[in-house]
Design a protein around this ligand. Structure first.
Ligand SMILES: Cc1ncc(COP(=O)(O)O)c(C=O)c1O
Length: 462
């Protein structure tokens, strides 16, 4: 199959793509002279492009999605069987896979209770924002409507989600944004000095900045806070010691709903089912998307506690007292059918355990690279979700220029290893290499990734 040659029609595919497809996050001028990349096939940890070139995928489909790896026939078969039986009915009715997956999911999320289906991470986050707004109207005369979000976090691509977007370069030129979203400081310990933070108890200090914002805004105006458990595209920011415990306390103290965005961390990425479970917090709302069905079907979920759910049915005589929201494609049955198989694979193959084990191994190997290459200022991560921050000067932590960081990812790509990097998101701080191999990664896969990065760093920085 993978002999470096696909059939002759592949040039027609490339031509059609160049002529008509508008690629995500891409400047298209270069495609006037070079071919766009077409990914044709995938198996396990590897994909093949239109030239038949093999790539080891260290970012699970580019954007940390294909958690169980490529080519899973049992997911395809389950989806096929379900589509033939019933492909779709609007979410005002139930479906067999929808009901079954909700039960399996809630088993993994003690304290949570209700699953609302939709089809992208952005959409799930929008729905959480709408719930917080509706609760504010129902209970607090509209006053407790503000939603806090954190510097460097990303929650999606819509105008609503960008309004809660902590990445100024990502947001640039798309304003004006929706009112009522308020930023809190990031919690990246490596850059604590830039925030004027004390050296001791950084986690508590960073969480206390959230309290300061709540007090400045007025607690009676703040309804919710949306946070990534580990910030993804903002630089793989693992939370500092003590951070989440304090965040939970603050949310309870001021009656602020805690909405955790698990779009990246959800379903195994960090070695537990959900990222928040690493830190012992109890959210009110959880959103998830990418890894829920590993990209075999589009599915996203907003999961809430029964207490949140109850607020939408406590007065059945009020015609407005329910969540008046719909997602057409939230009724597609392929999503939960794929998600059920995806979850079964993670359990049967022990992929949470593998993620924890391989995550430690990869973090150690990145630390070795840090010892060897002065350009690496910091390595961090949880499970198979890791980052290496590149700096021009270790003592000042001056960020490496984005162009040179991109030279590292390009060198790896030329070697047939796909890694990621923060890009065009954080002004002056797009300097973190990102790794999120599938949860099936072996030591050999990780060694190959590390050797590729080692070579690239040597070639780019000497
Ligand atoms: C943390 C986080 N939340 C939300 C989203 C948006 O998800 P989607 O692209 O499915 O709308 C992303 C996408 O990268 C993400 O990283």
């Amino acid at each position: 199959m993978m002999d470096g040659k696909f059939d002759n029609d592949i040039q027609a595919v490339v031509d059609a793509d160049r002529a008509h497809v508008w690629h995500h996050l891409s400047q298209h001028k270069p495609y006037e002279t070079t071919d766009p990349r077409i990914i044709v096939e995938g198996k396990g940890m590897r994909v093949w492009d239109q030239k038949g070139k093999e790539h080891l995928d260290a970012v699970s489909g580019g954007v940390w999605t294909v958690n169980v790896g490529y080519g899973r026939e049992r997911i395809a078969n389950a989806v096929r069987d379900q589509l033939i039986k019933l492909n779709y009915f609007a979410g005002s009715a139930g479906s067999i896979p929808g009901a079954m997956f909700s039960e399996r999911l809630i088993e993994k999320m003690p304290g949570m209770s209700r699953v609302y289906y939709c089809n992208s991470g952005s959409e799930a986050n929008e729905k959480a924002f709408k719930m917080i707004r509706q609760i504010a109207h129902k209970r607090y005369g509209g006053k407790k409507h503000k939603i806090l979000y954190r510097d460097r976090d990303y929650h999606g691509t819509t105008i609503g989600c960008l309004s809660a977007g902590g990445q100024d370069e990502r947001n640039a030129q798309y304003g004006p944004f929706a009112p009522g979203f308020v930023r809190v400081p990031h919690c990246l310990e490596y850059r604590a000095a830039d925030q004027g933070a004390p050296v001791e108890n950084y986690g508590e200090w960073a969480a206390n900045q959230i309290e300061a914002v709540i007090l400045a805004e007025g607690p009676e105006t703040v309804g919710g806070i949306c946070l990534e458990p580990v910030t993804a595209g903002g630089g793989v920011i693992t939370p500092p010691e003590g951070y989440w415990q304090r965040v939970q306390e603050i949310c309870r103290k001021y009656d602020v709903l805690l909405h955790i965005d698990e779009v990246v961390c959800g379903v195994g990425r960090t070695g537990t089912w959900f990222g928040y479970q690493q830190y012992g917090v109890q959210p009110d709302m959880v959103t998830m998307a990418k890894g829920v069905a590993s990209g075999y079907a589009a599915i996203a979920c907003l999961v809430t506690t029964e207490a949140v759910f109850d607020m939408f049915k406590d007065d059945a005589t009020d015609p407005l007292n329910y969540f008046r929201d719909i997602s057409t494609f939230g009724g597609c049955t392929a999503g939960p059918a794929a998600a059920l198989e995806n979850m079964a694979i993670i359990e049967e193959e022990g992929l949470l355990e593998n993620t924890t084990k391989m995550g430690h191994y990869m973090l150690d190997r990145l630390a070795e690279l840090k010892d060897k290459h002065a350009v690496i200022g910091d390595v961090r991560g949880k499970g198979l979700f890791l980052g290496a921050e590149l700096v021009a000067d270790r003592s000042t932590r001056e960020p490496m220029a984005e162009k040179r960081v991109q030279m590292v990812t390009a060198d790896c790509m030329a070697q047939g290893i796909i890694i990621g990097a923060t890009n065009r998101s954080l002004p002056g701080l797009n300097n973190t290499l990102c790794f999120s191999p599938a949860l099936i990664a072996t030591k050999d896969d990780i060694d190959q990734i590390i050797e590729g990065v080692d070579g690239a760093l040597t070639r780019v920085f000497g």
